[in-house]
Design a protein around this ligand. Structure first.
Ligand code: KDO
Length: 335
């Protein structure tokens, strides 16, 4: 109880500060009277399929009136600070996580829960469901961030530098598992049975190499793209989170566009998300063989023991108290 009250207090103050800054300090970066520059910051690499889709599908679709200017590898803003940057008018776009949104709007932690979304299609249908509108509107109205589309990141799997086989959550006792830095991510690490260690994405390769951590979790395409297989020995196919990022867009910039331009931006976002989704899904199929070829052990653990352990942890957690009434059932009912 205390934890939730203090979390709310801190976040409430944070949001008020952000909104004040938004009111006073907003500026849209324009290269000319007509052309809007859309800077996107993300820790993703330029070869990640979300990055490829945005560069190859989104950018050309909006080029008549906007220049897409991506900054990959967290070179413009640190991981987790992008939403605040958009709210302050210092950034136009990001690919944000539910975990980051949950630091400001606790109800979004529902999408940080393990074993909630069934697959990429379910994730997309849930994002587009009518019951999501109030949650999206609140982010738009209170933070000035429009969530245009859901980008599929893939099913997160455990990727360890240790050799001991992991079949159940008990086998993760004492394992130092890197998770991204917010409360919701750390909770997922504990719910899996591990000792979560907060760390930015850009530091993970070196931490695996030096043994500062025993492992990390990410979808298979990320493990290949960021070369984590070079410094680990096994991948345990827990599929504990069907992970996503939302394509976040400055509301202020959105409001400065004509209705026709808004339609083009929305379609470009949907098309990029779909393209990225299909490519990630194809890679997830192919990559088990790739990692085996690289000498890693790749196997399924006792998924049911992970699922029941993780789901119980979430339902009993403080996070669940912030989830909108009946939302889990609505999500489960989406076919
Ligand atoms: C990560 O830090 O492990 C994570 O996968 C979390 C995601 O929400 C997202 O930020 C992602 O990193 C980056 O886009 C890098 O792929």
């Amino acid at each position: 109880m205390n934890r939730i009250l203090s979390r709310r207090g801190v976040l409430g103050a944070g949001l008020a500060g952000l909104l004040a800054a938004t009111a006073t300090g907003f500026s849209i970066v324009e290269s000319s009277a007509q052309e809007v520059v859309l800077r996107l910051s993300s820790p993703a690499t330029p070869t990640d399929q979300r990055a490829v889709a945005l560069t190859e599908v989104f950018a050309p679709a909006v080029e008549e009136f906007a220049t897409f200017e991506p900054h990959w590898n967290a070179t413009l803003f640190k991981q987790g600070t992008e939403l605040e940057a958009i709210a302050r008018g210092n950034l136009e776009m990001s690919i944000t996580s539910a975990q980051e949104l949950a630091t400001i709007f606790p109800e979004w932690s529902i999408f940080t829960a393990g074993y909630l979304h069934r697959d990429a299609e379910h994730q997309k249908k849930v994002f587009e469901a009518d019951f999501m509108e109030p949650m999206k509107k609140k982010v738009e109205d209170e933070l000035g961030v429009k969530l245009l589309a859901v980008m599929y990141l893939g099913r997160r799997q455990l990727n360890l530098r240790t050799e001991d086989k992991v079949m159940t959550p008990d086998d993760l006792a004492g394992v130092k598992l890197r998770m991204p830095g917010t409360d919701a991510w750390q909770f997922l690490g504990s719910a899996l049975g591990a000792n979560p260690v907060p760390m930015a994405f850009t530091e993970v390769y070196t931490a695996l190499q030096t043994g500062a951590i025993d492992g990390q979790d990410n979808p298979l395409p990320t493990d290949r793209d960021s070369k984590f297989y070079e410094v680990t020995k096994q991948i345990v196919l827990t599929s504990h989170l069907v992970d996503l990022n939302y394509l976040a867009f400055s509301r202020k910039v959105w409001d400065s566009l004509t209705p026709e331009q808004q339609e083009i931006v929305q379609k470009a976002a949907n098309d990029a998300a779909e393209s990225g989704r299909q490519k990630q899904l194809a890679l997830e199929e192919e990559l088990v063989q790739f990692f085996k070829g690289e000498g890693l052990e790749v196997y399924e653990p006792d998924i049911e023991s992970f699922r029941s352990h993780v789901q119980r942890a979430y339902l009993e957690s403080e996070f669940a108290k912030d989830w909108p009434e009946g939302m889990v059932d609505k999500i489960n009912a989406v076919q």
